[in-house]
Structures are given as structure tokens and as C-alpha cells.
Design a binder for this molecule. Sequence first.
Ligand code: GDP
Length: 432
Amino acid sequence: QPTLAVVGRPNVGKSTLVNRIIGRREAVVQDVPGVTRDRIAYDALWNGRKFTVVDTGGWEPDATGLQAAVAAQAELAMEAADVILLVVDATVGATTTEEAVAKILRRSKRPVLLVANKVDDERLMAETASLWSLGLGEPWPVSGLHGRGSGDLLDEILRALPESPRDDFNPVAGPRRVALVGKPNVGKSSLLNRLTGENRSVVDSVAGTTVDPVDTLVELDDETWRFVDTAGLRKRVNFASGAEYYASLRTKAAIDSAEVAIVLLDASEPISEQDLRVLTMAVESGKGIVLAMNKWDLVDEDRRKEMVRELERGLVRVPWAETVNISALTGRAVRKLAPALRTALASWDTRVPTGRLNSWLTDLIAATPPPVRGGKQPKVLFATQAATRPPTFVLFTSGFLEAGYRRFIERKLREEFGFTGSPVRISVRVRE
Ligand code: GDP
């Protein structure tokens, strides 16, 4: 659901206004000592529409000063919200802090609503006019305390909020795009043949390189998929010098234009450097991944045990990807590919609502706080999912989080929300 962030100096009446917006009863502020000062994200409902309200007021000024703290709120709001509310105390007017924050917010691509709070009676209406000077448009006079004007403000908020949360990725209509990658001779064109059900491609024991990038539409499990950049898989090409370099360029191009990659490994042979290069490329691209162990028909019990050991000490570990043991030659288990692709894409598309993310994170951190560094306990103040495809999270903290603790958060995030088959990215913003 879309998100509204509320920004303002302390004492301008942010919390009172937030309580108005979400309805008093929900405004139970849970205090978790040493973690975050209070809960920051709430669910709101107005005229049948749900949205999340983020009260950035948890970011009280500290040694860095008021202006810096409010500026940090504004940055946070721009990162996390679809609409931003800047609350100003109409009885005080615009201070230098608000001028500085307005300057930041004017850069925002999101709508910003300027709220003149504490307009408890008619006399104060005149004061709100001076707030035009902030360059954020018309001020909305309200009284958070008495409720005056808050209905109008809520209507305006709904008008400004998008129907669904913003997404930086415009999904391309049509079949979902799949890259079929793996080192030469792993069985890519054999698999493509098997999947298309026609013997259109030339299966040869020599690697191919792309000549022209043409996709293949494949019908799997009652769904059409676009296998990208498959033309090269069909070409019979000599192993000239540089072929491997071009093969790797082609792999990269295919993954880049796809949403999910089937990484083929040859189960009959030890995992090689080349396999790891392809796998690394896929992981780093941020696309969904399905691992397919091909040539399973050649795998006997000894080889199977050996492979388990290889995977365990593998240099690139992707325990979060689904593995399917297939044979392009016999057709074994190839019908398991479509469900695995769907799972990976669903994970890749997942958006965790801000409210849910933060209540989960608050509990996690209360149970296992970040390790103390330099005598200080870093606090995780707030988290938001900044993007999907792949799911990308931003943690706002008051101190450096060790790599081990970040991995812990990622592991727990996966336990809680799944993400099978998709990379997950976590970045940490430290507010100094
Ligand atoms: P590509 O270079 O990745 O496109 O690999 P190809 O599809 O050309 O396959 C290379 C060789 O492996 C060919 O001789 C195929 O017949 C063989 N091959 C592919 N898949 C399988 C499989 O599942 N089992 C066995 N036994 N051989 C396979």
C-alpha cells in the first residue's frame, strides 16, 4: 500500500496530527528501549483506502543539531514515501529549519503537502499565508488538536497518493523473460529443443556464440515464456580464439535482458571455474535464478555424493535458489522448471509493506540487538523496501552495522518473507 511520510520540527504537533490521520485508537506507541524510540509506521484507512503513515518524529535531534535531524527526516521521507507532509507550526511560522527542509523537499519527485498546524481558530488563518514563502505551494490550515481542516487534508492526501505503491520498474507487458545460461556443452540448446518440442536447433558438442539476438517463445505449463537471446544457441560455431570471451558477453547480455535466469550446470562433471563465472554473473545481475543440474541421466550414486560435497564447499553459494535435477536428453524433470521459474519471479516481484517490515524488524532487533561497537550500541531506526526486482531494502541506522549482523538480517528476512530464487539487497544508511 502507498506511504505517507510526516516531517517536521519537534513540537509542531506532528504526533497529534498523525493520530488524527490514523484514528486515535491505533496510535498506541510501543516503546522498545534501546531500539527505536517508538514505532514509526502505522496503517491508516480513509474513505475505504488504506495507506501507511510514517512518523519520522522518532528522529529526535541529538548532538548533530535540530536542523540536521529534520533534514535527515526529509531525506528519509523522500526515500520511503509516495507523499510527504511537511508540518509547520502556524503560531510560529517558518523558521530557518523549515526553510532548509523545504529546500530539500523541493527536489523531491513526490508530492509534498505543506500543513500549517495549530490553526485552532479563524484569527490564525492569516498567519498561514506567510508560509507560501517556503515554495511548497498552498499551506493547508489544520488543527491536529481539534480536528479542524483535517478531513479536507485527508481528502487531499488521498488525491495525491497513488493507487498502488510506486515502483521504479515498469513491468513490460507480455511473457516473462528467461535467460538460459551455462558454459559451452552444458546442454543449453538441447534443453531449448526439449522445451520447444521441435528439433529446430543444431545440437553440437561445440559452443555457440550469438550472431543475432532473437528470442524464442516457449509454452511451458500453460504459460508462454520468452527465452531471450536464443539465436546463438542454435548456431554451430568454431571454437576460435576469443570464443569464450564472446560466450561470456552473450551470457551477460542474455541475463541483462531477462527477468530470471536458468543457470545450467553439468551434473556429470565437477563444477568448474566456468560454471562459477556464469553463476556469479547471474547472482550479481540481481535477476531471479533457477539452478538446473543437467545430464542427470549420467549421474550415479557416487557422483551424486561427490556433487553434494562440491556444492557445500562451493565458492559461490546460492542456497536460496531452487535446484532442479534434469536431463535435456531424456526429458527428466524438465516440467519442474516452470513452477521454479514462477516461484523465483514471485520472489523477485515481492514488496513487503513498510508497516509489516518495521514491526518485524523491531521485534528481531529487540531479541538480538546489533553488536556494540566502540562502546556504542548502533540503533536500527527504520527500514523500507526501496525497490523490487530484486527486493532492495534500506536500513536507516544510528551507527555502523557489522557485516555479520547484516547477513543475520538478510537470513532472517528470508526466513520471514521467503524470497526463494531471488537475490535480496540490503543497504545501510548511517545517520552520523
Ligand atoms: P550447449 O553448448 O550448452 O548448447 O550444449 P548442447 O545442447 O549443444 O549439448 C552439448 C552435448 O551434451 C551434446 O552432445 C548433447 O547431446 C549433450 N547433452 C545435453 N543434455 C544432455 C543430457 O541431459 N544428458 C546427456 N547424457 N547428454 C546431454
